[in-house]
Design a protein around this ligand. Structure first.
Ligand code: ZN
Length: 323
């Protein structure tokens, strides 16, 4: 129970995390910054969807089975009830057993979804999730925010159960709030934030929860323009306290950016370091745990990297591995 409480706390509060272990990085470096990035899937405000999101999918969405510990038939009732009290119902709530034939079936104990629910109980695949994020970013850029999911009605709706469609691993920077720059509301995004959008075991565990128990099929690692944590790593110098752990986690990505030296007019060394860091974290996530690796290999879960421009507000994909 303590583990689950920690996990749920992670979905509500910003997580300050560090990630000490290095990660191998296999993706190519982008050549340009921001919306002009040659590796971006969509740099224009229209954010049309990449066609290459589909290839490699071996399994349709919605086929993911509930994990054993959440299955009704093997979990003691008292433990199951405790879990429900803590985490509420998830989309992976297994079906109730068949009722006795001569009696009316009892109402299933599952989350209720109104027609205005973000996506009901059906899982949202990675392709659709990317589209929703970039469409939302376009609304944010153009000042046509929907604010549809920030009402009292929405609050009541998500109180019955959460069904976020994407995990955002973002920086704690106050200028990069995911729900705002993607024009999303309550219950839409499962957010993990830390300085420099680095991850540690607690962050990975939080993401595992979103993938395994909430059915999220997209993880976006979101770096941003003029990231202070990456800039501090780039400049070097003495750093005290636990901040040193953040710097150490970012350092391999900065060193890789320096070695590739892909500085262009639109993307200086800091910019390329931020993108390198997002890719490194994405690659690390892919190898961090079987809970994430298995659905990635099965084509269910995707991990992408993105870059946010502070002034223009544009988010562009900078890392999208083809499985
Ligand atoms: Zn930052």
């Amino acid at each position: 129970m303590k583990v689950l409480k920690h996990i749920m706390a992670a979905s509500v509060f910003v997580i300050s995390t560090t990630f000490l272990a290095g990660a191998s990085e296999t993706a190519k470096e982008p050549e340009k910054g921001g919306a002009a990035d040659a590796h971006s899937v969509d740099h224009s405000p229209s954010h049309s969807e990449p066609s290459s999101m589909k290839p490699g999918r071996k399994e349709k969405s919605g086929t993911k089975k509930p994990t054993a510990e959440f299955a009704h038939d093997i979990m003691p009732i008292d433990t199951e009830e405790k879990v429900k009290r803590i985490i509420g119902n998830s989309r992976h709530t297994p079906p109730k057993k068949k009722p006795v034939s001569h009696k009316k079936a009892p109402a299933p104990v599952v989350a209720v979804h109104t027609p205005e629910s973000a996506h009901g109980s059906a899982p949202i695949d990675a392709e659709e999730a990317v589209k929703r994020l970039l469409d939302g970013n376009r609304r944010y850029i153009t000042g046509t925010n929907s604010a549809a999911h920030r009402s009292a009605q929405r609050r009541t709706e998500v109180a019955k159960g959460q069904h976020p469609f994407a995990v955002i691993v973002g920086c704690s920077d106050s200028r990069v709030p995911p729900e705002i720059l993607f024009d999303q509301g309550m219950g839409d995004l499962f957010v993990v934030r830390s300085a420099g959008n680095v991850i540690d075991d607690i962050a990975v565990g939080s993401i595992e929860y979103a993938v395994e128990h909430l059915g999220v099929q997209l993880i976006m690692v979101l770096g941003h323009e003029r990231c202070g944590a990456v800039d501090a790593t780039l400049k070097g110098g003495a750093v005290g306290g636990k901040l040193k752990s953040v710097i150490e986690a970012i350092k391999p990505a900065v060193e890789k950016a320096k070695a590739k030296n892909q500085v262009t007019h639109g993307c200086d060394l800091l910019c390329s370091s931020v993108k390198s860091n997002a890719r490194m974290v994405a690659e690390k996530l892919k190898k961090s745990s079987p809970v994430l690796t298995d659905p990635i290999e099965n084509g269910i879960l995707r991990v992408v990297g993105a870059y946010y421009e502070l002034e223009s507000g544009v988010v562009s994909l900078t890392y999208k591995p083809v499985l």
